[in-house]
Design a protein around this ligand. Structure first.
Ligand code: AMP
Ligand code: MG
Length: 316
């Protein structure tokens, strides 16, 4: 990418504007995390409820010390092992982080994205960047610049870095001494975290306790057309149906449109292509309803099914 475009985007961030930019997970809608007015514009443009906290993106591990408290050895180990990468760590926040970023919580979610454009933007802006996914609240997450334009045509600027590589949102954990809680599944799995922290208990937060976190709501990431999870080997679909499948199939579906997220049921490929497949179905005028094949909920399958179930929830 042309360095001039990154410098221009960084200037917009410094001036309190909003920039959509690629990360390895999905496109983010970024603002200077230390400027409460700029952060407020994110909530306004996304129509995001003010109780939904934002993730703060950094380009240097040193920023953990200024933005958070209690970044102990376990936290540093996670950061060293998985950053830059799709892992968000929730920690007690320092005074520097405005309340609007964390929706009034005394904790903040931090991550270092594994995308050169994102890292250069953060460095050039010279501030941490608060960024949720660059979509309208509750709709499909964007994994290309075109997806951002579709939902947020009025954003100040979009850095186009092509399709994102991971394709689903980051794993989120909170960590307190030797207890680590999975708040949102992602491509970094519980097993990955257990391997990195051998003396730590890792729990899956089925219930979000006192945390109010829409990433954990039952309905989220939804297409504007009905989406149904299929649970049968072969079914007869209504007219104008699209079907999303994850591997070569012998069964016959009578769908009008087929999208394969993977030829071989490869979980990394499925995650990377899931939201693009949903966007393509959403954008096709001839498709009235979408069907999608489930995957077993083990390993990365947990994160994939988390997104599929939330996308389909309101249509059940
Ligand atoms: P998004 O960036 O749109 O994928 O959404 C960010 C998600 O991160 C929120 O919806 C929450 O689920 C989660 N999150 C961010 N900050 C915190 C926090 N301090 N505590 C718990 N969850 C958080
Ligand atoms: Mg989101």
């Amino acid at each position: 990418m042309n360095e001039y475009l990154i410098a221009k985007a960084a200037q917009i961030i410094r001036n309190g504007g909003l920039v959509a930019f690629p990360t390895e997970t999905v496109y983010g809608l970024g603002a200077n995390a230390l400027n409460p007015i700029a952060v407020a514009k994110i909530f306004e443009l996304k129509e995001r409820p003010s109780f939904d906290p934002l993730i703060v993106h950094i380009a240097s591990v040193d920023d953990l010390n200024t933005l958070t408290k209690n970044a102990d050895r376990n936290v540093i180990r996670l950061a060293e092992k998985f950053w830059p990468g799709p892992l968000t760590i929730v920690l007690p926040k320092s005074k520097l982080v405005p309340d609007i970023v964390t929706s009034g919580l005394d904790t903040v979610g931090i991550r270092m994205p594994d995308n050169e454009i994102a890292l250069k933007l953060i460095r050039a802006a010279n501030c941490p960047i608060a960024a949720p996914s660059a979509n309208k609240f509750g709709n499909l997450s964007p994994v290309s610049a075109e997806h951002v334009k579709k939902q947020l045509p009025n954003v100040d600027y979009i850095l186009d870095g092509g399709n994102t590589s991971v394709g689903i949102e980051s794993t989120i954990v909170s960590i307190e001494r030797n207890v680590c809680t999975l708040l949102r599944p992602g491509v970094i799995t519980i097993a990955d975290i257990e391997n990195a922290l051998p003396n730590t208990f890792v729990f899956n937060a089925e219930k979000p306790h006192k945390l109010i976190a829409p990433g954990l709501l039952k309905s989220h990431y939804s297409p504007v057309k009905p989406l149904y999870i299929i649970d049968k080997q072969a079914i007869y679909l209504p007219e104008s149906s699209g079907i999303i499948i994850h591997g070569k199939k012998d069964q016959i579906f009578n769908a009008q449109k087929y999208i394969y997220t993977s030829q071989s049921f490869n979980h990394l490929e499925i995650a990377a292509n899931l939201f693009s497949a949903l966007h393509a179905m959403e954008d096709d005028e001839n498709i009235k309803q979408i069907f999608i094949e489930p995957v077993p909920e083990v390993g990365l399958g947990l994160a994939i099914m988390d997104r599929i179930k939330k996308a389909a929830y309101k249509y059940q």
